[in-house]
Write a protein that binds this ligand. Structure first.
Ligand code: M6R
Length: 369
C-alpha cells in the first residue's frame, strides 16, 4: 500500500503533482475563469464580506498565513490568520459580514472545530477547506471546498499542504473575480500559471537527490534555522515544523527582516541556515534585502542553504548549497519552495533513525483541545 516506497511520507511527497492537478480539476472553466459551484455561499453574500478570518493549526495554519498575502493582494479585503487554539479565547470581533475560513486536512481537529463553532455563533459564514469527505469540520460549515489530495497517512502533512495552498488561491481568486478588483487581468494570468504548477512541482521532485545528500550530511547537527520573507516566511515556518516533528531537532523559522532584531545572535560557526529567496523579478526590493541577509549570516560563519529561482545568479556567490526551484509568480512560489524542505526533513529523520510516518508523541488528527 506504500506503492513501493519505504514510507507513506515519501509516497505522499511524490503524489504532489497529481494532488495539485486534481485540486484544480473542474474548477477552471474553458474561458479561464473560476467556477466554484461547491462553495454554497452566494456571490452577493461574498460581495458583502468585509473581513476574512482564517483559523487552522500546524501546517494548515501555515497555508493560512500564505493565503493572507494572496487574499489581501487580489481582493483588498482585510484578512487575519489565527491559530485555532487561540481564536475563541480572545473574544474575536466577528459578525455576519466576516467570512471565516477553516483549513483542516482531517476535518476532525478539535481546536479548529471549536473555532468555527464560535464563529458561527457570532453569525459569521464559515467556509471549510478540507481533505476528508464528510468529516466534522465541513459538515458543520456553511460551505466547503475539498482539497483532492487523496488520503494522507503519514503524520507529517505534505500533499495536503500543497492542495490547501491551491484551494486558498482558488478562494482568493474567486473572491477577486466575484467582487471585481483592479487586478482583473492579473487574476486571469494567475489562473493560467496555476494550471501549469503541477508540472513545476514534478520538476522539483526530479532534482531532489542533492537535497537528500545534504540532509544526510547534517544528521548530527543540533539546530537548523530557516529564513524567509513575504510568502517565503510561512514556508520557513513550515520547513522548521517539518524538521521538529520528523527529525526531533531544534528548528526555527524567522522572517528574514527580523534577523537584526534578535535571531542573528544565534548565528555561529557552521550553523545550517536555510534561506527561501523571493523571486528577483516580482518584488525585487525584497530579493535584494534577502541577499544582504545571506551575506550577513555567512560572514558570521553560517552554513547557507539557499533555495532560489532558476536564473537567480545574485545569490550564488553566498550559497554553500544552492537548491534551485522553477520561476513562478511571487505568490505561488510556496508551491515549489516547500517541496525541498519536505524532502530535507524526511531524509534527516531517516538518517537519524526516526520513525518517519509515525513521529513520537504525535497523532495524525488531534481530536482533543
Ligand atoms: O488535520 P488538520 O489539518 O486540521 O491538522 C492540523 C495539524 O495538526 C497538522 O497540520 C500538523 O501540524 C501536522 N502533523 C504537520 O505536519
Amino acid at each position: 500500500e506504500k506503492g513501493g516506497y519505504d514510507y507513506f511520507m515519501l509516497k505522499e511527497i511524490a503524489e504532489q503533482p497529481k494532488a495539485v492537478a486534481d485540486t484544480l480539476l473542474g474548477r477552471i472553466d474553458p474561458s479561464g475563469s473560476l467556477t466554484l459551484d461547491e462553495v454554497r455561499i452566494t456571490p452577493s453574500e461574498l460581495r458583502e464580506v468585509d473581513k476574512v478570518v482564517i483559523v487552522a493549526c500546524g501546517t494548515a495554519f501555515h497555508a493560512g498565513l500564505i493565503a493572507k498575502y494572496a487574499i489581501e493582494h487580489w481582493t483588498r479585503i482585510p484578512c487575519e490568520v489565527e491559530l485555532a487554539s487561540e481564536f475563541r479565547y480572545r473574544d474575536p470581533i466577528l459578525d455576519s459580514r466576516s467570512l471565516v475560513i477553516a483549513i483542516s486536512q482531517s476535518g476532525e481537529t478539535m481546536d479548529t472545530l471549536m473555532a468555527l463553532r464560535h464563529a458561527r455563533e457570532q453569525g459569521s459564514k464559515v467556509l471549510a477547506i478540507c481533505n476528508t469527505n464528510g468529516s466534522t469540520i465541513p459538515r458543520e460549515s456553511d460551505a466547503v471546498l475539498y482539497t483532492h489530495a487523496g488520503p494522507e497517512v503519514a503524520v507529517a502533512s505534505t500533499k495536503a499542504f500543497l492542495t490547501q495552498l491551491v484551494a486558498c488561491y482558488l478562494v482568493a481568486l474567486y473572491l477577486g473575480q466575484v467582487r471585481g478588483t483592479k487586478w482583473g487581468d492579473e487574476i486571469g494570468a494567475v489562473i493560467r500559471d496555476l494550471s501549469k504548477i503541477s508540472c513545476e512541482v514534478e520538476r522539483v521532485l526530479e532534482t531532489m537527490e542533492p537535497v537528500r545528500e545534504l540532509a544526510r550530511s547534517l544528521a548530527d547537527k543540533d539546530t537548523v534555522l530557516f529564513l524567509g520573507r513575504h510568502v517565503g516566511y510561512p514556508v520557513a515556518l513550515e520547513g522548521a515544523l517539518k524538521l521538529k516533528e520528523l527529525a526531533y531537532m531544534h528548528a526555527e523559522g524567522f522572517a528574514a527582516g527580523e534577523l537584526k532584531h534578535g535571531p542573528i545572535a544565534l548565528i555561529e560557526e557552521d550553523v545550517p541556515v536555510v534561506v527561501v529567496v523571493p523571486s528577483p523579478r516580482g518584488r525585487s526590493v525584497l530579493h535584494d534585502k534577502i541577499v544582504s541577509n545571506i551575506q550577513e549570516i555567512r560572514a558570521r560563519g553560517a552554513r547557507t542553504i539557499v533555495i532560489a529561482e532558476e536564473g537567480d545568479e545574485a545569490v550564488a556567490p553566498y550559497a554553500d548549497h544552492l537548491i534551485r526551484i522553477p520561476a513562478t509568480p511571487t505568490l505561488l512560489q510556496p508551491l515549489v519552495a516547500t517541496v525541498p524542505l519536505q524532502v530535507f526533513a524526511c531524509e534527516l529523520a531517516t538518517a537519524r533513525g526516526n520513525e518517519v510516518d509515525q513521529p513520537r508523541n504525535l497523532a495524525k488528527s488531534v481530536t482533543v483541545e
